[in-house]
Structure formats: C-alpha cells, structure tokens
Design a protein around this ligand. Structure first.
Ligand SMILES: Cc1cc2nc3c(=O)[nH]c(=O)nc-3n(C[C@H](O)[C@H](O)[C@H](O)COP(=O)(O)OP(=O)(O)OC[C@H]3O[C@@H](n4cnc5c(N)ncnc54)[C@H](O)[C@@H]3O)c2cc1C
Length: 329
C-alpha cells in the first residue's frame, strides 16, 4: 500500500482508492469536480515517486513533464510526494468582455485572456471563481477569427457557477482560467471525411466552434449538425446556423425539438434519433458528440453500431457527477 505525502502530512492509500479518494477521506482540501477524468480540476503535481501513465494521458505535454497528473484517475503504484500545482503552471488571467443572454437560461460569455491561449475550437477551459469554485466550459470561438474566447453557459436550478455567471459576472471582471483541455476538435488533415455533429443544450457550444473551424478550413465533405433541445427557445443559435447552412452547400443544420410545440423548419425528435434516422452507415465518418452525459454515452454506442470506429468518435460529456468543489486556500 502506497503512502501519499501531501504538504506536511502522510496518508495511507487503500488498494482500490485513487489519490483523490484518499485525500478526501482524510478531509484534505483539494479542488475537484467531475471525478471522472474529464474536467481536469483535480490536477496535482508529483515531485517524488512514479506517476501511473493512466493518470497523465489527457494532460498536455508541458504539464506532464512537470509531474502533473489527475488525482481522480491516479491509483498509486508506490509512495508519492504530491502537492497542488503552481498556479503559474496552470492558471491564466482573463477579463470578461461581454455577457449576453442568448435565451432565457443560456448566456454567452466572452473573455479576453491576458496571455494568448493556443487552442482549438471545441476544447474547454476551466473557470475559477475567487473562492475556489471551478467549472468547465467549452470553447465556441475560433482562434483565427475571434479575438475573444466564447463560452455558452446554461443556467441550472441551484447551480453554483451558472447562477453566479448570470447574476454577478459583468464586463470588466477578471477570472482565472486554465486550459485549453480536451481532444474534441476538428482535424484539418481529415477534410475528406463526412462529419456528424450531435449535441443537446449547450453541447452546441463546442460543435458550433468545430463546424466553423471545418468550414473555414474548406472541408470537402458534408458536415451535418444536429442540435436538440426541448423548447424552441433552446435553439439559441438558430439564426446563425441557418445562415451558415445557406452560405455553405456542404453544411446542414437540423434543429430538433423534443417538446410538444414544434415550429415549421424543426424536427420533432431528439437530436441523436434524427441523426441516425438520416445517417445509418457511418464507416469512415468522424462523429462529434457533446452535451449531457446520458445522451453522449448512449449515442457513442449507436455511432459505433452504425459503423464509426471508436477512435473516430470524439465526445465531450458535460460530466457533473460531483457537485462539491473544495475551495483552494
Ligand atoms: C468538459 C466539460 C465541458 C463543459 N462545457 C459546458 C458548456 O459549454 N456549457 C455549459 O453550460 N456547461 C458545460 N459543462 C458543465 C459545467 O462545467 C457545469 O457543470 C455546469 O455549468 C453546472 O455548474 P453549476 O455550478 O452551475 O451547477 P452545480 O452547482 O454543479 O449543480 C447545481 C444543481 O444542478 C443540478 N445539475 C447538474 N447538472 C445538471 C444537468 N445537466 N441538468 C440538470 N440539472 C443539473 C445538480 O444536480 C445540482 O442540483 C461542461 C462540463 C464539462 C466536464
């Protein structure tokens, strides 16, 4: 059994526990959010001892070589000396330039990072509130076209970060961000493959960025974007996406509504059902799935069964398994 040396204390790791489990069992205050290796909030740094490869696989190279790892995925194989990563390794400062309401419960936040952020549309950043609350948001902006980062935030009943963004975040405010993270983005070298993009709710944010990236890269094959929500108010980029479809022959936008009222021009269906009804053979396609974990996980299997290779299915489930975030001191 490994021992974990954290600050001035040592903690015994139990066989089935991750590093994060052990620290939380001992009431050690460390940041975390999804506990599933997706949001990267729980990143720690190891200064002594081996780091299992599985705990570093989604971390960018510069952080990996400095010993950063995801504590929620790390099952220690020997004693480790660990700590919070240096803020300068992880955080950047950004200024809010706009907060605009796109629908009743959806707003667009624009941020200008103090240092240039090298990212792909569709990746995500973590926003840090000054009390330590951290949440992930996907990048809808396109680096070569937009000077600001663009995020789409859904307001959730009782949601700590999303309500704060709606009620208190104003232009001029400064925030810490870390990122970019994630592998859900357009690959320009694959311009000769059809793309299927399926998202629900604000799962549209990364897909909007990916679709714009593909079109700006002169993608040769068809790009089909299915956006699902319950009410028409949730089709919050309807106008922009219809205009994109008019401007580009190879881009199709299919707005899908699962509620009772379905205006002309929208499909009465969930996005994934409509997508598979239209496209049932996906060999050689690249598939992007973003939004609620239930939809993403279910649709991943359907895409695989329809012939897409697992390596060709990029997904960003908006994991929210654990709602508690412990403030950093
Ligand atoms: C990689 C990644 C990318 C993400 N990108 C985006 C994005 O672009 N836009 C975006 O809006 N969100 C995105 N999320 C989700 C986001 O990080 C937050 O989890 C979300 O904004 C809720 O945070 P909160 O603090 O407001 O709510 P919390 O305080 O965490 O939760 C408050 C309440 O809401 C409930 N709740 C949580 N999730 C849901 C849900 N899906 N539906 C209904 N109730 C729920 C909880 O049970 C709880 O009662 C992403 C998540 C990940 C992991």
């Amino acid at each position: 059994m490994a021992r974990l040396h954290f600050e001035d204390s040592a903690y015994q790791n139990r066989d089935t526990e991750t590093v994060l489990d052990t620290l939380l069992r001992h009431q050690v205050s460390v940041p975390y959010s999804c506990r599933n290796g997706v949001c990267l909030t729980c990143m720690l740094r190891c200064s002594e001892g081996p780091v299992p490869a599985a705990a570093q696989k989604d971390i960018r190279e510069t952080l990996r070589i400095q010993g950063c790892f995801l504590s929620c995925l790390c099952h220690p194989i020997a004693d480790m000396t660990i700590g919070l990563p240096d803020d300068s390794l992880v955080f950047g400062r950004a200024t809010v330039t706009a907060v605009d309401k796109l629908a009743d419960t959806i707003c667009r936040v624009r941020l200008l990072p103090a240092m240039p952020l090298y990212y792909h549309a569709g990746q995500f950043v973590n926003l840090h509130r000054s009390d330590g609350l951290v949440r992930s948001y996907s990048l809808a902006s396109l680096p070569r076209a937009d000077s600001d980062l663009e995020l789409h935030v859904k307001r959730l009943p009782g949601g700590a970060m999303s309500n704060w963004i709606f009620e208190s975040l104003v232009p001029g405010a400064a925030l810490d961000i870390d990122g970019p993270h994630g592998g859900c983005y357009y690959l320009a070298e694959e311009s000769d493959r059809p793309l299927l993009l399926i998202g629900n709710g604000t799962g549209l944010a990364p897909l909007f960025g990916i679709a714009r990236d593909a079109l700006a890269s002169d993608h040769l094959e068809p790009i089909h974007l299915y956006h699902g929500t319950r009410y028409s108010d949730g089709l919050y980029l309807d106008r922009e996406l219809r205009a994109m479809a008019t401007a580009h022959d190879n881009f199709t936008y299919v707005p899908c509504l699962s509620g009772d009222e379905v205006p002309a021009g929208c499909r009465r269906s969930r996005a994934e059902r409509a997508a598979f009804a239209d496209h049932s053979a996906l060999a050689d396609w690249r598939v992007y799935l973003c939004g609620s974990p239930a939809m993403v996980n279910k649709t991943k299997k359907l895409a695989f069964l329809a012939g897409a290779a697992l390596a060709d299915i990029c997904s960003d489930p908006f994991e929210m398994t654990d709602k508690r975030a412990v403030p950093r001191d």
